[in-house]
Design a protein around this ligand. Structure first.
Ligand code: AMP
Length: 222
């Protein structure tokens, strides 16, 4: 890779954005930037932004653009982002997309690709409801689709503590899907209009999706 890339992963909850972003991070040295992770950290730390965001997140709604943009700008200012970023879960509204364009323009950067992980909505509730992660390394698992090889032990780091997100339950996932269609799906047309939209079959096997994404990264940074 010759130049720091700015990639966006678009898709509803359960589409695999986090899984794929972590794989791209490992493979290309890009930095995964998840506004959901940043907000969960703010909630855990009890910061003013976290306190304001918590109820909205628990209900599956979208946190206000002001809060999300402040958190995002702060993170984008860290030196490691110069290696290139994969935005996971951001932008989620047209207002956030416009603010991102302005932020990048101010830094002489631009979006290389906005990649939509196209999935079958009906299957997202099952995907999200059963997922959990290793509390130590963040490796993802699923009750139905991907259990650790040895029960109760993380395949990757050997950790034995696992955690589930508070909002990964059937009711909240429904609200999150509704929010996605109302406020985030319009960004697919927004990025298509800017000539940076790419579409990937998000129902394919994890490694096949990773290959498709890897090809896009190679292409846009060549
Ligand atoms: P995620 O981890 O991306 O699924 O996000 C979890 C929750 O955090 C979402 O359901 C929203 O409540 C909130 N959130 C994350 N990113 C954003 C964003 N870009 N804009 C508004 N709310 C967000």
């Amino acid at each position: 890779m010759t130049r720091a890339a700015v990639l966006i992963l678009l898709g509803p909850p359960g589409a695999g954005k986090g899984t794929q972003a972590r794989m791209l991070e490992e493979r290309f040295g890009l930095v995964q930037l998840s506004t959901g992770d940043l907000l969960r950290a703010a909630v855990a730390q009890g910061t003013p932004a976290g306190l304001a965001a918590k109820a909205v997140m628990d209900a599956g709604g979208l946190v206000s653009d002001d809060i999300v943009l402040a958190i995002l700008k702060d993170r984008m200012a860290a030196p490691d982002t110069a290696r290139g970023v994969i935005l996971d879960g951001f932008p989620r509204t047209p207002g956030q997309a416009e603010a991102l364009d302005a932020l990048l323009a101010g830094q002489g950067q631009r979006i290389d690709a906005a990649i939509s992980l196209d999935v079958d909505d009906a299957q997202m509730v099952a995907r999200v409801s059963g997922r959990y992660t290793c509390a130590d390394c963040g490796e993802g698992y699923h009750d139905q689709f991907k259990q650790p090889a040895s029960a109760g032990t993380c395949d990757k780091c050997g950790g034995t503590a696992f955690k589930r997100r508070a909002d990964d339950n059937a009711e909240t996932v429904g609200a999150r899907l509704t929010a996605y269609h109302a406020q985030t799906a319009p960004l697919i047309a927004y990025y298509d209009g800017r000539g940076v939209l790419r579409r990937v079959d998000g129902m394919a096997a994890i490694d096949a999706i990773a290959d498709d994404l890897g090809s896009i990264v190679h292409e846009v940074t060549a």
